[in-house]
Design a protein. Structure first.
Length: 345
């Protein structure tokens, strides 16, 4: 089995009518002066090499996150215009709170910004796990900071009393530094402004893939080296010559039996997926699945000691078939979402 990467566009969780062309991005978070840690827990080391471990929770920098959100949405060129409201709507709050916009506030913002709808950043939680570990073989210490970032974004339409949708995704980012001594790395966590700013900027970009169609990169597999034709086809795969690879795999499928037939059909499904011919790819994946099931029918059904998922090759083919069917199912939604781009994706 060899691996290759595939890039394809996936639909967003939300579909906007083509008439919604101008969007306003607003900061609806409370001000958090000096942004001190809201909670802190200290943990005992979890291994012999771990010197220190601390967990702290912060509210992120809403100004940086809102600007990052607006920039990320604008960079996708999905809407005709993206307008950011620079002022904080909750700047007078004494305590941090999460509060939705009222219908009057939404209508006023839409009128003020001359937009069709509002996307509001309403919360940004950042959990920082800082640990210091010894690396005895190098004679140094590693300071690792993991940030789990959880933004809350709501979408508002005019004349509606509640948000259209609330998005609460999460993601993580980490930093790593090295030092010959542990103490500077432990003390480093007392000043986290730079880390919080970088985490806030990253946090602003997290919701975009839930709001807009986006490119995804994933891994696919193909079988090579079983015979001369399969080895030659693998060379064409590396050269991105899918037509020639498909031609050779079809030869193997027509001439061989048993596992060789399964491998060829499996590869053919990949070849047609790479050509964006998903219907044909699904047909070949189903042929591979059916052949694998028939080849091992007596061993699984009669013996009763194996389930169909344990049949060699069947499980891998079935997983891939589900991935293809998921892409096909999403294709209609993706086309609807990209109408404003004239389906140029």
């Amino acid at each position: 089995m060899e691996r290759i990467s595939i890039d394809y566009m996936a639909p967003a969780e939300i579909s906007f009518p083509a008439s919604m062309r101008r969007v306003g991005i607003v900061n609806n978070m409370s001000e958090t002066p000096n942004n001190r840690s809201i909670a802190m827990n200290k943990f005992t080391p979890k291994s012999n090499t771990e010197v220190s471990r601390q967990l702290k929770y912060y509210n992120g920098n809403s100004r940086i996150a809102t600007e990052a959100l607006a920039k990320a949405i604008a960079n996708e060129n999905y809407f005709e215009e993206v307008i950011i409201c620079d002022s904080m709507l909750r700047s007078q709050d004494i305590y941090h709170r999460e509060n939705t916009l009222s219908r009057n506030e939404v209508n006023e913002l839409i009128h003020l910004l001359n937009v069709d709808f509002i996307i509001a950043l309403e919360n940004l939680e950042i959990y920082l796990l800082h640990k210091v570990e010894a690396i005895p073989e190098w004679g140094i210490y590693a300071g690792i900071t993991d940030a789990k970032i959880s933004p809350t974004v709501r979408i508002y339409l005019p004349n509606r009393s509640i948000p259209m949708v609330t998005i609460t995704p999460n993601d993580s980012i980490y930093w790593e530094v090295f030092n010959s001594q542990a103490t500077p790395l432990i003390n480093r966590f007392d000043s986290v402004r730079t880390i919080l700013n970088e985490a806030s900027e990253y946090g602003g970009s997290i919701p975009v893939k839930h709001i807009l169609p986006h490119w995804e990169t994933t891994t696919r597999y193909f079988v090579s080296g079983r015979n001369v034709a399969m080895r030659d086809a693998a060379i064409f795969v590396r050269e991105q010559n899918w037509d020639e690879a498909i031609r050779l795999w079809e030869q193997v499928y027509n001439l061989k039996k048993g596992k060789q037939k399964i491998y060829a059909a499996f590869n053919l499904a990949l070849g047609y997926e790479m050509k964006d011919e998903l219907d044909i790819a699904e047909q070949w994946a189903m042929k591979a699945q059916q052949t694998a099931a028939e080849l091992n029918k007596s061993k699984t059904v009669e013996a009763g000691s194996q389930s169909i998922e344990e049949v060699p090759g069947y499980y891998t083919v079935t997983l891939y078939l589900k991935e293809l069917q998921k892409r096909k199912k999403n294709l209609t939604q993706l086309k609807n979402q990209t109408e404003r781009l004239h389906n140029d994706f």
